[in-house]
Design a protein around this ligand. Structure first.
Ligand code: SF4
Length: 224
């Protein structure tokens, strides 16, 4: 019963956001590898800054597993500088390349051979890849039905008393994945819509509830 109630609420929110924003068509990238690189570069950075770093890599024709693998740290760091924390991120990109070379010989479609659970464990074992980055790669680069949780998810759903303030990443992810139909397209769009809501309305200091599409969605108690 609880699951049915959760689904009803979550789908009501989804439909409201979809009607307001329309399809987000994420992730903005030409290839799965570009999504992976973007997922690392956007850590602690606005997407616009990560996108500038990706543009630099493209201009230098460096956006491939082989080329980033061969590039020296200095050059790579300089090119991704707009994304911030560029020295750490250069190392993380190299770690990603090592993982790809070891897991699929740099041929990303070969990752299809792994079950999602195993692939997630492998991604989380990469130094510098946490749950949000791993799940973004699984969902947006590899098309796996995995729900991505971020700061906006926690903020919006706790303000609506659907999540408690102290709910962990794992608890939140399980809540969404148990309640919703396991569907890549739905998870893709839902997360993108949450980000749009957080960026435009549900800001940290001053939420713009009066003009937000979720202003009428109210709940009496926490579900997680
Ligand atoms: S801005 Fe207000 S109405 Fe909109 S999601 Fe945040 S708390 Fe909810």
């Amino acid at each position: 019963m609880a699951r049915r109630a959760d689904r009803k609420v979550l789908m009501k929110i989804y439909r409201r956001l979809y009607a307001h924003f329309g399809p987000r068509r994420w992730w903005p990238a030409d290839t799965p590898f570009e999504v992976m690189v973007g997922a690392i570069l956007t850590q602690n950075a606005a997407w616009s800054n990560a996108a500038r770093a990706i543009e630099n890599l493209k201009k230098e024709k460096l956006l491939s597993v082989r080329k980033i693998g061969k590039a020296d740290y200095g050059r790579l760091s300089r090119l991704i500088r707009p994304s911030g924390f560029y020295k750490e991120k250069a190392k993380k990109l190299k770690n990603l390349i090592k993982f790809l070379n070891e897991s699929c010989q740099g041929h990303i479609p070969a990752l299809d051979a792994y079950r999602t659970k195993i692939l997630r464990e492998k991604l989380l074992a990469i130094k510098g890849v946490g749950p949000e980055t791993a799940d973004s790669i699984l969902l947006y680069a590899l098309g796996r039905p995995v729900f991505v949780v971020d700061t906006y998810t926690k903020r919006i759903f706790s303000r609506h008393k659907i999540l408690t303030d102290d709910a962990t990443y794992g608890q939140i992810q399980r809540f969404f994945m148990n309640a919703l139909t396991k569907n890549t397209r739905l998870f893709n769009e839902y997360h993108a819509l949450i980000v749009e809501t957080g960026k435009n309305y549900c800001k940290k200091r001053k939420p713009s509830c009066k003009i937000c599409p979720l202003k009428v969605v109210k709940h009496k108690k926490n579900m997680v």
